[in-house]
Design a protein around this ligand. Structure first.
Ligand code: NAG
Ligand code: NAG
Length: 392
């Protein structure tokens, strides 16, 4: 019943509406116009919103980009400030050793004299030492900046297995001339390389992985292939050369990418530190025969190439020095002992005394227990404290 009444009401309303058609149409039109108005307002609004949104987004993006740029610039500024602080520190250290108070001069002389004495006193027992070489680094006892050259990367070294006081300088990462000084004072007491005798090599050297050992210069040649050249310093002739047998070599230290092969001497003999594509994440070690330059044995070490700046060998143990891309203090962070006595976990984490740049070369002198290092143009001697491997 009720629905019928409703139905009748609706029908009568429609009839009425149709009867008063003009006002109904007006009504519809008004409504539609209102709708259209609102739609157009919405349209305007959405357009405004969307353009506002787009503008906002662009602003934000611009802001973020600006922040990124600013951050990058801040980082660069920080890095620059960092390296400036490092340089100032080094300058101060260097000036200190250049203009020492009298007691320091004495100490300095003593250090050098001691090294001579030590080298001489070690001369006889050297052989017996070779047989039971069982020492490892416990710490870096002292450092001394002895000179500063313009060239950022290079190598300076003494003969690593003789009593000779001569000093050899490879100024840079590739050339055909080596500078020889009669004694360390000729190198340190005069500016630049003025007191040097020039030795011109038959083929240019590459990198900073070279070595002077028992009167011979062993150096790396990279073109046309990697070769180790053995050069007699007495009569200045090449006595031997060998093709480095590793294939597809890659830089062996992430932070000193100019080195593909690095030669080292320890109490026991000669070593080559290198890397190949086959094992592109880790450093390889090989023992060389000093006479023939043949590789006697090879090891894949667990020491990563990434962030390595250099390395050296003491008593058959490879010590790899690491740093970070944003320079921090250099540290020995990976150790590989071919006799398996020492592991990285057991070895002390040795930090270099100061926060500097990157060591482009570090040569260990077994007779003196010194490291000869080149750090961002500064020539440095590090004195090592040793301990017995068996004390682990
Ligand atoms: C070696 O270095 C000297 C001095 O820096 C330079 O004049 C010369 O051209 C270099 N020679 C080679 C072969 O790179
Ligand atoms: C240079 O000396 C070595 C011995 O150390 C000798 O074998 C070689 O023949 C000499 N070379 C020349 C050109 O005199």
């Amino acid at each position: 019943m009720g629905t019928l009444i409703q139905y009748l009401t609706v029908v009568s309303a429609i009839v009425l509406a149709v009867q008063s058609q003009p006002s109904f149409m007006e009504y519809i039109e008004r409504r539609l116009a209102a709708f259209e108005d609102r739609i157009s307002v919405w349209h305007d609004q959405t357009q405004r919103y969307s353009s506002e949104y787009r503008e906002f987004k662009n602003q934000i993006l611009g802001l973020v980009e600006g922040l990124d740029k600013e951050r990058e610039e801040q980082r660069r500024n920080l890095e620059m400030a960092n390296s400036r602080i490092e340089r100032i520190e080094r300058e101060m250290d260097y000036l200190e050793t250049r203009n020492p108070v009298p007691t320091c001069v004495e100490m300095e002389d003593k250090l050098i004299e001691q090294s001579v004495e030590k080298a001489q006193e070690k001369k006889k027992p050297k052989h017996s030492k070779m047989i039971d070489c069982g020492e490892m680094i416990s710490n870096i006892k002292a450092m001394k900046i002895v000179k500063k050259l313009e060239t950022t990367s290079g190598l300076w070294t003494k003969d690593l297995m003789s009593d000779s006081e001569k000093v050899y300088v490879f100024d840079g990462i590739g050339n055909d001339t080596v500078y020889e000084f009669a004694r360390i004072r000729d190198f340190t007491d005069f500016s630049g390389l003025v007191k040097a005798k020039k030795i011109k090599l038959p083929y240019p050297w590459a990198g900073t992985g070279h070595m002077v050992y028992k009167g011979f210069l062993y150096y790396i040649r990279s073109e046309p292939q990697f070769q180790v050249i053995k050069f007699d310093l007495k009569n200045q002739t090449v006595t031997d050369s060998s093709m480095f047998p590793a294939e597809q070599q890659i830089p062996v230290y992430g932070l000193s990418p100019f080195n593909y092969v690095d030669l080292a001497a320890d109490e026991d003999g000669l070593w080559a530190i290198y890397a190949t594509k086959e094992n592109e994440k880790h450093i390889c070690l090989a023992r060389l025969d000093p006479k023939t330059l043949d590789i006697e044995q090879m090891w894949d070490t667990p020491c990563p190439i990434d962030n390595a700046e250099n390395s050296f060998v003491i008593c058959g143990t490879l010590y790899v020095v690491y740093n970070t891309k944003l320079r921090s203090r250099s540290r020995i962070q990976c150790v590989y002992d071919v006799s398996d006595t020492v592991t990285t976990e057991q070895a002390p984490l040795v930090y270099f005394p100061k926060r500097y740049g990157t060591h482009s070369s570090i040569k260990y002198n077994p007779a003196e227990k010194y490291l000869y290092a080149w750090d961002d143009g500064y020539q440095i001697i590090y004195r090592l404290a040793m301990k017995k491997k068996s004390d682990l």
